[in-house]
Design a protein around this ligand. Sequence first.
Ligand code: F6P
Length: 365
Amino acid sequence: MKKKVLVLTGGGDCPGLNAVIRGIVKRAAQTTDWEVIGSKEAYNGVLSNPQEIVTLDNRAVAGIHVIGGTIIGTTNKGGPFNWAVQQPDGSWKNEDRSAELVKRLQELNVEAIISIGGDGSQRISQQLVEKGLKIVGVPKTIDNDLSATDFTFGFQTAVQIASDAFDKLVTTAASHHRVMILEVMGREAGWIALHTAMSGGAEVCLIPEIPYNIQKIAEKVNSRYNNGKGFVNIVIAEGAKPQGGGISGMKSTEVGYENLRLAGAAYRLSAELKAVGCKADIRETVLGHIQRGGSPSAFDRVLATQFGVKAFEMVLAGEFGRMVTYKNNNISTVTLQEAVSNYNFVDVNSYIVKAARGVGISFGD
Ligand code: F6P
């Protein structure tokens, strides 16, 4: 009987997930003693009744590296340690189903697991490793906010999508002499905003790491207008905040969804500019989940494929409790503990921020 490796994707989706799955499956098919199965929507496929487990072979993954999303689905709600269960009074309570998960995996004869996900998924993996499971992690996030890896797949694709949107806003801003505000993803790290601002040539870039002063932004905007003629393009990360203020968002009513749903940063900035006397017409564009959809860029396909192949080779080598990384142009590995210990914030003293200031981009500080 062949040994089974279970693959799952957790957290928000991200272009390149399918390329990782394909890399794992194709490399595993070169062995004689391993087969790959997938759990639908992270661990839900194992924990649900009936279970949703799919066979992942060369036929199942043919050509999927160019397709966005994930063929095995994903979820960013709950997890084995926080499983929402409806109570008789209609309310929801989180239950720990991790012991049951371990038992079900044994019954399925799962030898090893490859978990593809962001910091939340890697934290769950670390807890499960402590319960004896053999897990290899693959980092995923369009936000590029995991410090153990220089880049995560999906990030470059998201930047390209945002940059294309930015270019389109420039021509309409110039035609109407408007201030255009483009809101991009970036919950706690402003990588997408920073790269988009530099790639597109923004006048203002607002990121969570640098709380902004509205007066400074107004000064920059006004400096671009002469007799009412001029235009300004601003990129703002969804998690950006004014000095002394908080992030703009709302609590979700979705069962099991713990994150604050970020929304409103661009509209808030627009209102703040008006409140300090900005006379220019302002329009807001919120790019949202368009940044997470569609075909991964060539770079992300290549990175994701390497991650997939390496993850399976880590299974072969018995390198469990570790996550594959891309550091200094090398595919390498770190412990899951290291993987989640530091967040990858934009370093405000880094050269890319200096270079952005060097081409006149204001961070509103
Ligand atoms: O973490 C990635 C991310 O894209 C964040 O930038 C964003 O706030 C969040 O996911 C939105 O996730 P969803 O709407 O899918 O829950």
